[in-house]
Design a protein around this ligand. Structure first.
Ligand SMILES: *[C@@H]1O[C@H](CO)[C@@H](O)[C@H](O)[C@H]1NC(C)=O
Ligand SMILES: *[C@@H]1O[C@H](CO)[C@@H](O)[C@H](O)[C@H]1NC(C)=O
Ligand SMILES: *[C@@H]1O[C@H](CO)[C@@H](O)[C@H](O)[C@H]1NC(C)=O
Ligand SMILES: *[C@@H]1O[C@H](CO)[C@@H](O)[C@H](O)[C@H]1NC(C)=O
Ligand SMILES: *[C@@H]1O[C@H](CO)[C@@H](O)[C@H](O)[C@H]1NC(C)=O
Ligand SMILES: *[C@@H]1O[C@H](CO)[C@@H](O)[C@H](O)[C@H]1NC(C)=O
Length: 206
């Protein structure tokens, strides 16, 4: 009888716990496992883009030249929630949405996929060498879009950007433009990794 009661009691407890988790956490988020996998993929991406900047793609292009072409609002969407600070009445929203942050990151990744694919298709000086490097980058981005989006299909951007018009038929100007865009992409990858660090810490769920 005592065993029976105990069974009953723990069952009720379990029910309460599962009810709490199912209603208390309705927000989509990466599982711990995915979070680790994705954090390491994002680190690989940052290293890979850094390597790209040190490759023939940027050879001879002044390092100050940078051009941000993605319209995703990743920096704002992935800013950590502001901690309560009674001293100043911060006018900004202090909430952090993991799904909103990841949605913007996926938008960046879709944009840079289009940039890289169209550049690879344009007039370039060293098609073999540059394509090999860029294919590696595309592979990492593909894994990220496939495995790290909260939406099925990496958010499946229906309006795929056509960037063919970005490129002319002069390989130097193309490369110069590409290098500037990749420098901005590198800065974005730093933002991605900061965001993943924040998401992994779980601070936004406290
Ligand atoms: C840049 O590339 C050169 C030659 O491939 C390499 O020796 C150097 O360590 C690289 N620098 C960085 C910062 O990765
Ligand atoms: C690459 O070029 C081919 C032929 O010009 C074209 O059909 C294809 O759509 C291009 N792909 C991209 C991603 O621009
Ligand atoms: C890069 O990938 C494209 C498309 O998948 C392929 O056609 C091309 O041969 C690859 N280039 C290199 C150098 O791996
Ligand atoms: C992510 O997706 C790719 C398919 O693009 C798959 O091959 C890979 O095993 C998955 N995981 C990681 C960590 O890349
Ligand atoms: C996006 O998803 C829809 C259905 O969800 C599908 O019909 C469409 O082909 C997909 N587009 C791309 C570019 O994958
Ligand atoms: C390529 O450049 C040449 C001259 O540099 C120009 O006459 C030609 O129209 C250009 N072709 C295209 C497709 O832009």
């Amino acid at each position: 009888m005592a065993v029976f009661n105990l069974y009953f009691a723990s069952c009720a407890l379990l029910l309460i716990l599962s009810w709490r988790t199912s209603t208390g956490l309705p927000v989509p988020s990466l599982s711990t496992e995915k979070c680790e996998e994705c954090s390491s993929l994002f680190k690989s991406l940052q290293l890979d883009i850094k390597g790209l900047l040190n490759s023939s793609v940027c050879h001879g292009i002044p390092t100050a030249d940078m051009e941000m072409t993605s319209t995703a609002e990743t920096v704002q969407a992935c800013a950590p929630a502001l901690t309560q600070n009674p001293g100043c009445n911060a006018p900004r929203s202090s909430s952090f949405s993991e799904s909103e942050c990841l949605r913007n990151i996926m938008k960046d990744l879709a944009h840079y996929t289009a940039v890289i694919e169209s550049y690879r298709n344009s007039t370039i000086r060293d098609p073999e060498g540059e394509a090999a490097l860029l294919n590696t980058t595309l592979g990492i981005i593909h894994s990220l879009r496939k495995n790290c989006s909260l939406m099925p299909d990496g958010g499946n951007d229906t309006s795929k950007e056509d960037l063919a018009h970005t490129w002319g038929n002069d390989s130097f100007s193309n490369r110069q433009k590409m290098c500037k865009m990749m420098r901005a992409f590198h800065v974005r990858t730093i933002t991605f990794n900061r965001a993943m660090g924040y998401i992994s810490s779980g601070d936004h769920r406290k």
